[in-house]
Design a protein around this ligand. Structure first.
Ligand SMILES: [Zn+2]
Length: 175
């Protein structure tokens, strides 16, 4: 199946629908995050065209294997994501008042496509990445909490990443 859909060739009377299982070689950005085996994602995606606007909806269901941010152990993450958003050609923003385009339909998120093409596998991969937690820890995936001490570099990173780090040195002195 071709990963790019030509928008002008989509029927306006009938939705374009694909269902199947996402293969890891179709998700190059996600593969960098996954660990070990045991990841699978079933998908369904619908594209409905109305002139140059395309409503994209679908769902992803399955399991992703990703590493615990603290100890690195592979954890199974259940994915059950529904999505709906609208796609408009990117040139719309340049040729029209961008605000009008964005405010027409406040209920739906807007994304853009370029050169009359929609990368539907890219959309599915984006949605899968969006379903990942910001922080993935053993105890948040139903495991007992791991207690691997951070290495010195990680402790250093925590200090610089923490927006309140400077407080440690000013108003928050302990006795
Ligand atoms: Zn862990």
């Amino acid at each position: 199946m071709e990963r790019f859909i030509q928008v002008s060739l989509l029927s306006e009377s009938k939705a374009w629908i694909q269902e199947g299982e996402l293969q890891t070689n179709e998700m190059p950005r996600l593969v960098d995050i996954l660990v070990a085996d045991g990841s699978f994602l079933q998908y369904r995606i619908n594209l409905e065209r109305n002139k140059k606007e395309v409503t994209c909806s679908g769902n992803l269901e399955g399991t992703l294997s990703i590493a615990c941010d603290r100890c690195g152990q592979p954890l199974k993450l259940d994915v059950n994501e529904e999505f709906t958003f609208k796609m408009v050609p990117e040139t719309n923003l340049e040729s029209q008042n961008g605000k009008e385009v964005l405010l027409e339909d406040e209920d739906l998120d807007i994304d853009f496509y370029q050169d009359d093409q929609i990368d539907w596998l890219g959309i599915l991969e984006d949605q899968a990445i969006l379903s990942l937690p910001i922080r993935n820890l053993c105890e948040e995936q139903g495991q007992s909490a791991c207690e691997i001490p951070l290495n010195p570099q990680e402790i250093e990173n925590l200090k610089t990443d923490n927006p309140f780090a400077s407080l440690n040195y000013s108003g928050w002195k302990n006795n």
